[in-house]
Design a protein around this ligand. Structure first.
Ligand code: NAD
Length: 490
C-alpha cells in the first residue's frame, strides 16, 4: 500500500519510522527548495532530533517559487509529507521514513508563504535553492541587483516572485507587527553562503525600501554553514529498489550515502533546534570547513565529471573504477588543490580526501556523472576557479586545473569521444555550446566568458596552459591527454 501515516505500521520491521506523533510537532522553520538534498540532510537531522523527543516545535514547512516544485509538492501531499530515505554504503543499506515536514505551501503562492514567514512561531527560514539560485555575478562573486527577476521584485515588493522577494516581504511584515525577525540559514554549496544570502536579501530590499534594508542588515542573522551528503536525483531505479528491497511504495524516495556532515556558525538570535544533540558541529567560524569541502569535494566532483562524461561513463563509481579518472583526481587534488587549502581544526586533509575517494567509489549510491556535469556555469566559478585564482596569485603552476577547464569546454561542445550527443546540461547551455564550438579553433573564445572566468581568464599562464590542454584534447582525445598529464607531460 502507498506510503502514508495510516500505512506506517504495516511497513516491514526493518524500515525505521518516526517514534514521535505527527500531532506533537509544531512548525518552526520555513524551508525553500524542497529537493532531494534537503530531504536527505536537514530533514533527516530534524527527524533524528524529533525521534529523540527534542525540539518538537522546529518542524518544517516547505516552500518554493518554481512551477516545477508542484510535482514534488503533490507527491508529498499524497503521502502525508513523509519521505523514504535510503542510506547506502558498499556493504549496508537501510531505509527509514522521515516525518519532519508537516506542510508544503503551494509553490509561488506569495500570500500564503509571506503569511507563514510572518508567523511568530517561524524562527528560521532555510534554503537549498542551488548554486544558481542566488543571483550572483559569477566573476565578481557579488549579488547582481540588475538581474531581471530581482529588478521585478524590487519594483513590485508586494508581489514577490523570487525567494529573496518573499523573505524581504516576510521580514517587512514582521517588523511592522513588532515580531522579531527569523534567522536566514542557507544550506547551499556556496562559499560564505550566509554572507551571500545576506547580500541578496539586503541588496533586494535596498531597491524598494532602504530603511528596511538597513534594519535587515542590522537585525537579521545569516549564519554560514557547510553541508555535506552525496544525494543523487531519484529515478525509476530508486523507486523500484524502495519497493522491491524495502517494501515501501514511495513515489519520490531519496537515496544517499550514509555519511553526512553539517557545520554551522552558532548565530541564531531567534533560537534554534538543539542540533548539536544529533551531530551538527557548531563552530565560531565555518570558513575553513567550507573551504575544505567546496574545493576538495565539490571541486573533486567537477574533476572527475567531465573526463568521465566525455568517455561515456554513466555512474560516478564507474568513473572511480577507471584508473585514468581516479589517478587524474588524485594527482590534481594532491598537487594543486589540497596544498593551498588552509588548515582545518581537528582535520587531516589527506585523510579527508582519502574518505572522499571511498565515498565517490561507493557502488551502491547510483550517483550519475551527468548530475556532476550539470550547471558548470554556476559551479566552476565556485568549485574550481577559486583554487586556480589562488595558485596563479602565488605564482604556482596550474596544468591540472587548466586541463579541468579545458575538459569542461570540450564537454560543452556537446559530443562525447565516441560521438554521442550530450543533451543540454546547463541553464546557459546554448551560450556555452556556441563558445565551445568557436574555442575548438580559438581556445581564447572560451576564456572570453568574462563573467565566468574573470581574472583567471586574463592570466597569461592560465591562457597558455588552457590552450595547450584544449588543443591536445581535440588532437589526441581525452584518454591520451589524461595519460600525458599523469606522466607530467602537459
Ligand atoms: P534538486 O534538483 O533535488 O532540488 C533543487 C531545489 O532547488 C528544488 O526544490 C528547486 O525548486 C529549487 N530551486 C532551483 N533553482 C531555484 C531558483 N532559482 N530559485 C528558487 N529555488 C530554486 O537538487 P538537490 O540535490 O536537492 O540540490 C540542491 C542544492 O543543495 C545543490 O545545488 C547544493 O547547493 C545543495 N547540496 C546538494 C548536495 C547533493 O549531493 N545533492 C550536497 C550538498 C549540497
Amino acid at each position: 500500500s502507498k506510503l502514508s501515516l495510516a500505512t506506517l505500521a504495516s511497513l516491514p520491521k526493518s524500515v525505521g519510522t518516526p517514534s514521535y506523533e505527527r500531532q506533537d510537532l509544531r512548525a518552526g522553520i520555513v524551508h525553500f527548495g524542497v529537493g532531494n538534498f534537503h530531504r536527505a540532510h536537514q530533514a533527516v537531522y530534524l527527524d533524528d532530533l524529533f525521534n529523540a523527543g527534542l525540539g518538537l516545535d522546529w518542524a518544517l514547512v516547505g516552500a518554493g517559487v518554481l512551477p516545477s516544485d508542484e510535482a514534488m509538492r503533490s507527491v508529498l501531499a499524497a503521502q502525508d509529507n513523509l519521505t523514504t530515505v535510503v542510506e547506502q554504503d558498499a556493504d549496508v543499506s537501510s531505509a527509514r521514513i522521515t516525518g519532519a515536514m508537516i506542510d508544503y505551501l503551494k509553490p509561488g503562492d506569495a500570500e500564503s508563504i509571506v503569511s507563514k514567514l510572518a508567523d511568530p512561531a517561524i524562527r528560521i527560514a532555510s534554503l537549498t535553492i542551488t548554486e544558481g539560485g542566488y543571483f550572483i555575478d559569477p566573476a565578481s562573486g557579488t549579488f547582481n541587483p540588475a538581474h531581471p527577476d530581482i529588478a521585478a521584485d524590487g519594483a513590485a515588493p508586494d508581489k514577490p516572485r523570487t525567494v529573496f522577494g518573499l523573505l524581504v516581504a516576510g521580514l517587512k511584515r514582521r517588523r511592522a507587527e513588532g515580531i522579531p525577525p527569523f534567522t536566514v540559514m542557507s544550506c547551499d554549496n556556496i562559499p560564505h553562503n550566509g554572507v551571500v544570502t545576506k547580500n541578496a536579501v539586503v541588496g533586494l530590499a535596498q531597491i524598494s525600501d532602504p530603511e528596511l534594508a538597513a534594519w535587515i542588515a542590522a537585525e537579521v542573522a545569516f549564519p554560514n554553514g557547510m553541508v555535506d551528503r552525496i544525494t543523487p536525483a531519484t529515478g525509476a531505479r530508486e523507486k523500484t529498489i524502495a519497493k522491491e528491497e524495502f517494501g515501501i511504495d514511495d513515489q519520490w524516495p531519496v537515496f544517499c550515502e550514509s555519511f553526512k556532515q553539517w557545520v554551522l556558525e552558532d548565530n541564531f538570535p531567534a533560537g534554534r533546534p538543539p542540533l548539536e544533540k544529533v551531530g551538527v558541529q557548531f563552530v565560531p567560524d565555518v570558513s575553513p570547513y567550507e573551504h575544505m569541502k567546496i574545493r576538495i569535494l565539490n571541486g573533486g566532483h567537477a574533476v572527475i565529471a567531465y573526463p568521465a562524461g566525455l568517455m561515456d561513463i554513466h555512474f560516478v563509481h564507474e568513473a572511480m573504477e577507471n584508473e585514468l579518472v581516479a589517478a587524474f583526481l588524485r594527482k590534481i587534488e594532491t598537487e594543486e588543490i589540497i596544498p593551498i587549502v588552509p588548515p582545518v581544526p581537528d582535520t587531516d586533509l589527506a585523510d579527508y580526501f582519502a574518505l572522499i575517494e571511498r565515498r565517490f567509489a561507493n557502488p551502491k549510491i547510483g550517483d550519475t556523472v551527468r548530475r556532476l556535469c550539470l550547471d558548470g556555469s554556476n559551479r566552476q566559478p565556485k568549485f574550481i576557479l577559486p583554487s586556480t585564482a589562488d595558485r596563479l596569485k602565488q605564482g604556482l603552476p596550474v596544468p591540472g586545473l587548466a586541463l579541468e577547464s579545458a575538459l569542461w569546454c570540450r564537454y560543452c561542445y556537446g559530443t562525447t569521444e565516441s560521438g554521442k550527443t550530450i543533451e543540454p546540461n546547463d541553464p546557459s547551455w546554448d551560450r556555452l555550446q556556441k563558445a565551445a564550438k568557436t574555442a575548438r579553433e580559438d581556445p581564447m573564445a572560451w576564456l572570453a566568458m568574462e563573467d565566468i572566468f574573470g581574472e583567471v581568464g586574463r592570466s597569461e599562464v592560465f591562457r597558455k596552459a588552457f590552450a595547450t590542454a584544449l588543443d591536445a584534447l581535440w588532437k589526441d582525445g581525452t584518454e591520451a591527454v589524461l595519460r600525458r598529464y599523469l606522466a607530467g607531460d602537459l
